[in-house]
Design a protein around this ligand. Sequence first.
Ligand code: SF4
Length: 339
Amino acid sequence: MLHLLDQSAETLQSWFTAHDLPGYRAAQVQRWLFEKRARSFDQMTDLPLELRNQLAEEFRIWSAGVAAHQEADDGTEKLLLELADGQRIECVLLRDDREHCNMCISSQVGCGMGCVFCATGLDGVVRNLTTGEIVEQMLQLQRLLDPAERLSHVVVMGMGEPLANLDHVLPALALATARGGLGISVRRVTISTVGLPAGIRRLAEMNCQYHLAISLHAADDALRTQLVPANRNVGIAAIMAAADEYFEKTGRRVTFEYVVLGGTNDRPADAARLVALLHGRPALVNLIPYNPVEGLPYHAPSAASVSRFADILTDGGLTVAVRHRKGDRIDAACGQLRR
Ligand code: SF4
């Protein structure tokens, strides 16, 4: 059986054409899935019964089950999904208000980048997610909304390195942003990467207008390689060159994420190096106070050290935001997602 959410608008259209069915039926099916939040073919009541049966024989809509569902008192909800092969992934819904609901979705089972402070990377990467599995996370999260709430943003910042799985991530984001899909503005899509220059260049060439966030965590190669082992074969200079190209081609300012680890990368000298690295670049720095992970030897920074770090960046002319830790009570915050 084919996974319906794995089909692009074009392949779905071709299926209808091949079965001598009118093409507008494909758009009807997509509307039921993305706009009317249908859970089964039975609910697609403006399709003829015979067609609904035919679709149910050839396609399954869902490939994953919800293995666990947690809710925090700040409105954050986290789903643990069990995929058809038994692998597990997590995805998160973060609410600001009814009009602003943000999804954080995963791109791989596990992650191969090995960041030493991250729960996801502890066991390495198992496999890439399919396009359908990525889309399914979005629809499972959409199901948690009240009818009056609206998905407004999507962040590919859950488990995995999205630029290592662009062939599946990009078609999923195309459905998230399509008018017949979830209709999220392309400018409200963020792809978060550890910094794979070839992937960044591919996005730049596409001039896709997605927001790019690069997880830097250190401004010198020695410390960065210690924190993000994948840096060893890449290096900060190559990442910055690709980031500059992204800005030149798309006109979109790049965000640099910096997880602040108490006593590790929060010294004044670390902040001064970051100022020197980003000087003259149209960048935004997101400081993310570390969310401790059980079993790992890294600590949350003190409020004083985060504010001293932020002050040094601001005095150095950088634009800085400190991201507060939504979802940390249900281990749904950055770097806390597990299988
Ligand atoms: S922080 Fe991100 S890139 Fe690093 S191991 Fe965790 S999921 Fe992978």
